[in-house]
Design a protein around this ligand. Sequence first.
Ligand code: ACK
Length: 988
Amino acid sequence: MSFGRKYCLLFLLVRSIMSDHTNQVVLLDTTAVLGELDWRTYPVNGWDAITEMDEQNRPIHTFQVCNVMEPNQNNWLRSNWIQRQAAQKVFVELRFTLRDCNSIPWVSGTCKETFNLFYLETDQPHSATTRFLPADYAKVDTIAADESFTQTDLGDRVLRLNTEVREVGPVTRKGFYLAFQDVGACIALVSVKVFYKRCPSTLRNLAAFPDTVPRVDSSSLVEVRGACVENAEERDTPKLYCGADGDWLVPLGLCVCSLGHEETDGVCQACRPGFYKAFAGNTKCSKCPPHSSSHDQAGTICHCDKGFYRAAKDPSSMACTRSPSAPRNLISLINETALFLTWSAPSDSGGRKDLTYNVLCHRCSGAPGGEEDCEPCDADLRFVPRPLGITGTSVAVLDFAKHVNYTFYVEAVNGVSSLGQGSRPLANITVTTDQAGPSLVGVVRKDWASDNSIALSWLEGEQQPNAILDYEIKYYEKEQEQLSYSSTRTKTPRAVVTGLKPSTVYVFRLRSRTATGFTAYSNTFEFSTGDENSGMAADQGHVLVVVTAAVGGFSLLVILTLFFLITGRCQGYIKAKIKSEDKRRGPFQNVVPFPGIKTYVDPDTYEDPTQAVHEFTKQIDPSRICIERVIGAGEFGEVCSGRLRTAGQTETPVAIKTLKGGYMERQRRDFLREASIMGQFDNPNVIRLEGVVTKSRPVMIVVEYMENGSLDSFLRKHDGQFTVIQLVGMLRGIASGMTYLSDMGYVHRDLAARNILVNEALVCKVSDFGLSRVLEDDPEAAYTTTGGKIPIRWTAPEAIAYRKFSSASDAWSYGIVMWEVMSYGERPYWEMSNQDVILSIEEGYRLPAPMGCPVALHQLMLHCWQKERGQRPYFSDVVSFLDKLIRNPSSLMTLVDHVHSFPESPEVMPHYPLFISIGDWLDSIKMSQYKSNFLAAGFTTLDSVSAMTLEDVRRIGVSLIGHQRRIVSSIQTLRLQLLSDQHNGFHV
Ligand code: ACK
């Protein structure tokens, strides 16, 4: 028949479009059978097997029949036995062409356009002799063509290939036969494919799922449990469901790669050397953290390199760390009751943040450093906050013995210090506690007394009487219980104290001052004044210091005024007294009653300013100076850092101020003026002058180098990074420097954080000297109505108004510096204009406490900003007040933010000094006229006043409503202040 050849071209097409689906298991595919198919046909003249070869020489098996002319056709074609395998139902895909009867002439009545598909299940193939019995076969379906021959426009006939798929099953026997019945059609069966569907084995979520055959019932799914792949562990039972079409559905649960393994392309692979994975999970292996390594594959942890450790609680992802190096810059500071050790953090923290410090102590009786003479310190030596596990970088040591060499060792420890071997690096310092020795005052005697004076004398202590610069006498009315005290000084061991009340017992305590500071106080002595009738003339010959004193606040002001006049706080007054022939000598040497105390000499009092430079500064050979870099610009030229070679060939870091070329003589004089002033000072909290270069160019001033530069920018750079104690430590340093300067009679006039320098150990030093020159130089300085140039925000009202500069105006500026420090370099009064600042201060407004500022410190600020300059604190008071705070860190715990009701109204806020009597208090609110009412009604202490109600105030005779209101609102403030003082442990 000619059909066969015609069909061949088509077969090529058929083979190329047949795809292989992985979710199909093919049981038979006639296109893939290379040898004979060997299918059976009944009768022999029915179906015809025609095998052709394709271009690749592979056979194409077709079965054709076309007995369309003859009636009653019943031609059978039967496949070979097909093994069922795992199939539960099979799919039969038939590809065939079928010619439509209309296209064949004279066949109507005999020609058919369908054929039938049958199957028969058996457990084994029939033998060659088994007869073919069509009746044994079950019918699957009648197959008709979707398409048959069609005619083109040109009249050609084109064959259409049909594909029909039928489901057969359920099948249960081991195998089956297929049979095709032709009843008179013209068919070419091009291919037969028999397959069943299955869900193919797969890896999902790191679990392996096996080949799975779906259920016969296509509406239900087969649940399959997966098994975790190698080096993975189950997190949640992994499951998949196999659908009827052989698709995996609904993945549930998962496995994750175990320790030391990571997922790559669906499997778990070992971490490479240098990487590790400490936990099972779907994360990648991580690179070993710094200072650790893993040498093998599948590392679960990286081992620390030699000398590095991991603390028990350190995560494996953390770098290995080591013990810190020794703390740096350990310094000590001692006064009569406390010894402060401060240090800076070690240069190498070991890579950790959990740094703490331990302070250990040895008491050495022999020469410092002699190990054999040293023993551990007594247990009663107290460390504040504690000796071990200190988180800050300072400690106060209390209750130490006098005249002992203590060696303190400070070690820095961190979380791995205990794991290292060998000794730990320590910083040490030996402190001899005889700086502030015993009081040096023996028994105090009353020589005589009148109704308002008492003459005292005492024996000088046996030790070094020559070293005593002067004595301080502190006294108060015994009845008043130290609520208010007065003090005065004398250079000799005797004094007459006047201005006392008749028939009143006074308590006296004395202390002496040596070059290294005040000694401890003597015991207390009680003496009484005589009665009004026993008046006695003072022996003026014995009196070197006569001081008017009274317990009331007004007279305290008088004392202060007199004291300042005597000791020369007021330079204008002193200057006027200098005679021209004395110009080489310090002005105070002429008039000051205590010739032993070194005082400041204004270089302007020299006719030839070079003379002052010569007198107060050291010339430095410029070859000893090595300038390294420029660190800033001053008014006269660059400021550089560099090194100064000293006599012992060691090098000290220094700052070098240069005078730029082309200067006028006046500029040179002004430039060197600062050196002449600085050269007179020698205090750890005042910037030290190393020397000057004036004999060659450029002219230079060489001063100690302060690593952290000026305080304002330093604080801004480290906003919020210090503890309150550290800030108070800085303030103490500044106050201590100012105490020295004010004791020297020097008024700074431009005290501001920008003029304080900070070194590596956070020690603050006062700098920028030169009076008017400083103000010309200071960008903050503005011209006032009186023509001067003044840094308004830092300056006391009386100095702005009529240039009344004094140590008391410096105290005002100090209060502003305190505010700058506690606010980490905030600009005082923010963006208010200078004019508004002046007006607000005049109206009583004062800067509120910076955020987080302890109440005690804000009160000290307010004390510095008293309108009356006589009521502002002395710098020495500020130092002792800050020392108290440092010794009782708990006193710094009450923050202004916590005392919400603390009044900020301008009327009442600034009026209360820290040490105050009832008289002072009433004076301060301008209600002095009621002093006797209070005392007569028995309100003699501030404590009792603070409990008074409005009723009480009326009862004691304050009848004007305005006065009642002012007193009551002031009592409320007082109550708060006393409360916070009690809380802070102040005893006034
Ligand atoms: O804030 P600073 O870094 O600190 O920038 C200024 C700059 O020079 C111009 O005055 C710095 N400076 C001044 N004196 C010293 C010093 N003795 N040590 C270190 N820096 C200094 C100041």
